[in-house]
Design a binder for this molecule. Structure first.
Ligand SMILES: NC(=O)c1ccc[n+]([C@@H]2O[C@H](COP(=O)([O-])OP(=O)(O)OC[C@H]3O[C@@H](n4cnc5c(N)ncnc54)[C@H](OP(=O)(O)O)[C@@H]3O)[C@@H](O)[C@H]2O)c1
Length: 332
């Protein structure tokens, strides 16, 4: 089979022939159709990730069709599935166990024509999604689901703020929260992305690179936020804490903008707020997320689809930050 291979640090990704993996007991081989990139793939490519091994096939997302199964596997051949990217989550739904890995490093990932996975990592793909949007669903939507639903216990009618709406997780959070019946505001470094978010259901937004954006959003929203979902961190985190209302919940999953500023405890304890660290999600959460997406006919935003042979260009698109929506590889 062909795969997009990272042969060494900071080397261009190359498409080459690699052995097609065979499924063992309880496993299935999926003929992949599409797989989206995540920022994690860029971090690995740039060496900003612990324990990188080479050569490697990256990729945590994917959709495809089961083409063969190992002994004792019950998932039917021919089923169209999305890939659940949390490997060996463990028995405790509150957090992952010591054997936990995210698909796509150190285990080979989905930027290939086929992959072998435990059948527990395969979930029937929502029928309303085409390959590009189904292949964009797994990692970003799982992360957004756990942040909003499990950690922040979102309720209909609440005021929600999602930061950096150009991001894949952020867009999933916007669409999930809107479908939940919440009212959502966003931040971005780009007015055009705020306008696109409003088309997707956001009530409004503000530029995070302009002064007092947190205060302006609170005034625009008619009050402070019940739930904030943040992947950026950085200096702006101080504004987020101040924009939380009484009993507010701030779920954070990323640190794109780096270190938090010093925070005054008084801004937190008087309002009885919760700062909630969150990462990926369990297989149970993935199943619930996919069912919710199917029930509400939600659709990940796809920025652009690149053929596997143009994988390096797909990475450059994500690194540029110009994308709105997921950057997807066509693996057919
Ligand atoms: N913990 C987890 O399980 C988990 C899962 C997925 C991702 N992550 C992490 O979360 C982050 C985002 O991941 P992703 O895949 O969604 O990335 P992505 O699709 O590449 O999006 C990154 C977005 O960050 C936004 N951004 C940049 N600087 C910002 C700032 N100062 N304030 C607010 N937003 C800012 C930009 O939004 P605009 O374009 O709108 O300006 C950009 O589009 C990464 O650090 C990633 O490693 C963690």
């Amino acid at each position: 089979m062909r795969a997009l291979v990272l042969e060494a640090q900071d080397q261009p990704l190359v498409v080459r022939e690699v052995p097609t993996p065979e499924p063992g007991p309880g496993q299935a081989r999926v003929r992949l159709k599409a797989a989206a990139l995540n920022h994690r793939d860029v971090f690995i490519l740039r060496g900003q990730y612990a324990a990188i091994r080479h050569p490697a096939i990256l990729g945590s997302d994917g959709v495809g069709v089961v083409e063969s199964t190992g002994p004792g596997t019950v998932v039917p051949v021919g089923l169209r599935v999305v890939v659940q990217p949390s490997l060996d989550w463990g028995d405790d739904l509150r957090f992952q166990g010591s054997r936990y890995r995210i698909l796509g490093m150190p285990d080979d990932g989905t930027f290939a024509e086929a992959i072998v996975l435990p059948e527990g990592n395969l979930v029937a793909a929502p029928a309303h999604l085409d390959d590009a949007s189904a292949g964009a669903l797994p990692l970003a939507w799982l992360t957004a689901w756990r942040a909003l639903v499990t950690r922040a216990t979102l309720r209909p009618g609440e005021r929600v703020l999602v930061t950096g709406i150009g991001g894949g997780v952020a867009q999933a959070a916007l669409l999930l929260a809107t479908a939940y019946g919440a009212r959502v505001w966003v931040t971005s470094g780009d007015d055009a992305k705020i306008a696109r978010a409003v088309e997707l259901g956001a009530c409004g937004g503000a530029r995070y690179d302009q002064p007092d954006w947190g205060g302006r959003l609170v005034r625009e929203a008619g009050g402070p936020f019940d739930v904030i979902v943040d992947g950026a961190g950085g200096e702006g985190f101080g504004q987020l804490v101040r924009a939380l209302g009484m009993g507010g919940r701030l779920a954070f999953y990323g640190g794109t903008d780096g270190r938090w500023p010093a925070l005054l405890p008084q801004f937190l304890f008087f309002k009885q707020v919760s700062l909630l660290a969150t990462t990926m999600g369990s297989p149970v959460e993935f199943a619930h997320m996919v069912a919710f997406v199917a029930e509400h006919q939600l659709r990940p935003v796809v920025d652009r689809v690149f053929p596997l042979a143009e994988g390096a260009a797909a990475f450059a698109r994500l690194e540029s930050g110009a994308q709105f929506g997921k950057v997807v590889l066509d693996l057919t």
